[in-house]
Design a protein around this ligand. Structure first.
Ligand code: AHM
Length: 341
């Protein structure tokens, strides 16, 4: 008879990441520790986002809080949290954040490591004021040079080189989802013990249920993308129309579609010069999520080929993004090839 006092196995994120390390007998534990540092950053950011509405009240004027300190914008806070928890550990050689124009080499006073961290500290931050979910996205690359100061060009690696990638979703609960190349695993923060616990092992994208896109921009899309949208809606297609869900926070839209099945896209459009090449950033958003999508059996494309094959030529390069169920993402490539090229 089962011992009623014996709890069911609880797998903490630390234990899971350590177990994953056994796939790599040569591993030194450095990557494991970077992931664990990021989980800690996630907890700190989650506790701050949960108090987001209070900042204004405490801040009186909105700028100065009751202690006379400046109220920091949440995306700046998230950026500094991640930087301060990872820059001194001797594990990284440099960091590049969507928040900062230039990458940050590890300061001279700290030891230099062999990995590069790229991240979007608070994706969807414009949603914070409306109590909607936000997220953090990260990717980890091995540095290219053996030693010496880091060059910006070392960050210009295709997503195929990613060693690990993940995101932290700050929603109704806080989740940490990552892959180190052996499947995608999700952990939910248990606030009562302050630990991420394995809740979603080996995530695989199920049959598509949703499509997610800002339909408000439809007029500005290419013909191929417009016809693809009609296809997803069930016009003259071999699929039943999908349901539309769009939050406007990439992490949340991607996370829902990863668990429930579906495709998210942010195509190039003609409405503003920045969006002509798409809005989302290759290095901080598209490539890490593309790695996760492929590990979960899905696919990500810029409409013409795999996101993971694109080598960036600048830190903040933008890209169109179509991501989710493999068959649906491949379908948009057919429409674009047939109607736009
Ligand atoms: P941000 O980097 O300013 O937060 O913008 C990124 C966000 C994504 O999370 C989301 O998918 C997209 O912008 C939404 O854009 P839009 O409001 O144009 O639909």
């Amino acid at each position: 008879m089962a011992d009623q006092a014996d709890p069911s196995p609880i797998i903490t994120i630390e234990r899971h990441i350590l177990d994953e390390q056994t796939f790599h007998p040569e591993a030194t534990g450095t990557l494991t520790n970077i992931l664990y540092d990021l989980a800690l950053a996630g907890k700190v950011i989650a506790s701050k986002t949960a108090r987001a509405g209070l900042a204004e009240i405490l801040g009186l004027t909105g700028d100065i809080n009751i202690q006379g300190e400046k109220v920091m914008k949440l995306d700046r806070f998230a950026d500094l949290t991640i930087t301060r928890l990872t820059d001194h550990t001797g594990r990284l050689a440099g960091l590049a954040s969507e928040e900062n124009a230039a990458f940050m080499p590890i300061p001279d006073k700290y030891p230099m490591g062999k990995y590069l961290l790229v991240f979007d500290p608070l994706d969807g931050s414009s949603n914070v004021d409306f109590n909607m979910p936000v997220g953090t996205i990260f990717g980890i690359y091995r540095r290219v040079k053996e030693s010496g100061p880091v060059d910006e060009s070392e960050f210009f690696q295709p997503g195929r080189n990613l060693v690990a990638a993940g995101y932290i979703a700050y929603g109704t609960s806080t989740m940490f989802v990552y892959t180190a190349g052996h499947g995608v695993h999700g952990f939910t923060l248990d606030p009562s013990v302050g630990e991420f616990l394995l809740s979603h092992p080996n995530i695989a994208i199920p049959k598509a249920k949703y499509f997610s896109v800002n339909l408000g921009y439809q007029l500005y899309w290419s013909l191929g993308v417009q016809r693809y949208t009609e296809y997803l809606q069930g016009h003259e297609s071999d699929i039943k129309g999908l349901s539309l869900r769009y939050i406007g926070t990439l992490v949340s839209d991607f996370h829902r579609n990863l668990l429930a099945g579906g495709v998210f896209y942010y195509p190039a459009d003609s409405k503003d010069p920045k969006a002509r090449t798409g809005k989302l950033r290759l290095l901080y958003e598209a490539a890490p999520l593309a790695f996760i999508a492929e590990q979960a059996g899905g696919y990500a494309s810029d409409g013409r080929g795999p996101i993971l094959d694109i080598t960036p030529d600048s830190l903040h390069q933008r890209t169109p993004l179509f991501i989710g169920n493999r068959d649906l993402v491949m379908k948009v490539e057919d429409f674009i090839r047939g109607l736009d090229d």
